[in-house]
Design a protein around this ligand. Structure first.
Ligand code: BG6
Length: 475
């Protein structure tokens, strides 16, 4: 059994990482417009407003806003069947709480989706990909506030109505589960627009914000189904399977607990209920969250059609006696897996982990799956003749596609498609670098922002073209 006919081969990006034009045509500032540049050892910082002396890599990004026609033509040349991008909330509702949308912003996505469709490329659209209007952070504290549910649903509804006949595949919140690492400022900020204050209970804060987002997602799913019953609306989870470092039972249990904490979001999206382990955790911690009967009914109704997920790496964890509660913390519980190699950014390379993930998600949720991100961030070298020999990227992707096919062919996984991340070089979300490159298409721009923004084809471009043309047979 090969990959199915109509398998959605393509590539993935997010608005803030490539569009640029951060203040054009009525767009409001988003949280990513006040996020500075960083690198592998310096975290990105968040300023309250745009400061003139700071470098904000997302302001210009790769200027896709003005160059999307050229870029989509290149995607079409590779044979893309779909293109995953996100809608910048701030183009549609610049401050987030207006009652009327910004027509110029809506028009941009009309043109973008029309251009994709003209090339036979289906848009796959994420509504919230690590960005929300900055005004929602200053006015409401981001997803601390229940008010955000209505505002998000208004945004989602406007998009569903406007693009009713152009977009079939949607996702609500990108990597909603990153914030399970609630001690990490970046994850809390990009998922929920929350900067924890000194002394606040970050864990409680995260569960409350996540609950509001899950309710907002469920309400959006319901609205989408009303607007067009043919829509397929999914969730989006960052999947890093957590392995026990050893077969010592405490290691195994801690790995299991880590998966519970990281993946309960998928339970709520897919089954419409919180798993017992999370309800028990709230009781144990004494969290009395704002969760109403009405919310629970909404969650049960607004379950998703498929699970979209990113897969880059696996993680490994080891228990220690100072952790009697088997709490998983990405900062303290992780260990290096000696059986796999890592990228220059320390991301562990584990193709078998993708098959494991596909099998695990199928066993858990029995839903169609969509690999909406996978890829290898690496430094590229441009040769004197302009060519870029990125064999390491081909090797990474080939090994992952092989495992993906095994999951489909041998394990019966129902897989909708595969969209490698950053199909064109773009700004790294985690570090703000341009030089952490994922693309099949090279963009001439460096970490300082210098470069012509010219596009060129890497070796992987021609390789991926063959992969798509052969429906994954010619790897
Ligand atoms: C995922 C995000 O976390 O990984 C993307 O959905 C992100 O937005 C991608 O860019 C790769 O991460 P990074 O930090 O290398 O850009």
């Amino acid at each position: 059994m090969a990959l199915k006919e109509g398998f959605l081969w393509g590539g993935a990006v997010a608005a803030h990482q490539l569009e640029g034009a951060w203040d054009e045509d009525g767009k409001g500032p988003s949280i990513m417009d006040v996020t500075t540049a960083g690198d592998v050892s310096h975290a990105r910082r968040f300023t309250e407003a745009v400061e003139p002396e700071e470098l904000y890599p997302n302001h210009e990004a790769i200027d896709f806003y003005h160059r999307y026609r050229e870029d989509i033509a290149l995607f079409a040349e590779m044979g893309f069947k779909c293109f995953r991008t996100s809608i910048a909330w701030t183009r549609i509702f610049p401050q987030g709480d207006e009652t009327e949308p910004n027509e110029a912003g809506l028009r941009f996505y009309d043109d973008l989706f029309d251009e994709c469709l003209r090339h036979g490329i289906q848009p796959v659209v994420t509504l919230a990909h690590f960005e929300m209007p900055l005004a929602l952070v200053s006015r409401y504290g981001g997803w601390r506030s229940r008010k955000l549910i209505d505002l998000f649903v208004r945004f989602a509804t406007v998009c569903f109505e406007r693009y009713r006949d152009k977009v079939t595949y949607w996702m609500t919140f990108n990597e909603i589960n990153n914030q399970s690492s609630f001690n990490d400022d970046f994850s809390m900020y990009v998922d929920s627009g929350i900067l924890a204050r000194e002394g606040e209970d970050r864990e409680r804060l995260m569960y409350q914000a996540a609950h509001y987002e899950l309710v907002a997602s469920a309400r959006a799913v319901e609205a989408g189904r009303r607007i067009n019953p043919a829509f397929r609306i999914g969730c989006m989870i960052a999947m890093c399977p957590v392995y026990p470092y050893s077969c010592e039972p405490a290691d195994v249990l801690l790995a299991h607990k880590a998966m519970e904490r990281r993946c309960f979001f998928a339970d709520v999206h897919a089954r419409g209920t919180y798993p017992p382990s999370i309800l028990a955790l709230w009781r144990r911690r004494g969290f009395e969250l704002d969760v109403t009967e009405d919310d629970l009914a909404t969650l049960a109704r607004g379950t998703v059609d498929y699970i979209g997920f990113s897969y880059y790496m696996s993680l490994a964890t080891r228990w220690s006696s100072d952790n009697p509660g088997f709490d998983f913390d990405r900062k303290t519980s992780l260990v290096v897996n000696p059986h796999v190699k890592a990228s220059d950014w320390g991301w562990q390379i584990d193709p078998i982990g993708l098959r494991y993930t596909l099998d695990w998600l199928t066993d858990m949720y029995r839903l169609p799956l969509f690999i909406v991100e996978n890829g290898f961030g690496a430094y590229d070298t441009v040769e004197r003749d302009g060519s870029i020999h990125d064999g390491y990227r081909i090797e990474y992707l080939r090994a992952h596609i092989e495992q993906m096919k095994l999951a489909v062919e041998e394990d019966g996984v129902d897989l909708m498609g595969y969209t490698p991340w950053g199909c064109i070089d773009l700004v790294s979300a985690g570090t703000g670098e341009m030089e952490k490159r994922y693309g099949f298409i090279y963009v001439d721009k460096d970490n300082s922002g210098a470069g012509t923004l010219a596009r060129s084809r890497k070796d992987s471009f021609f390789w991926y073209q063959r992969v798509i043309a052969s429906n994954g047979e010619d790897l």
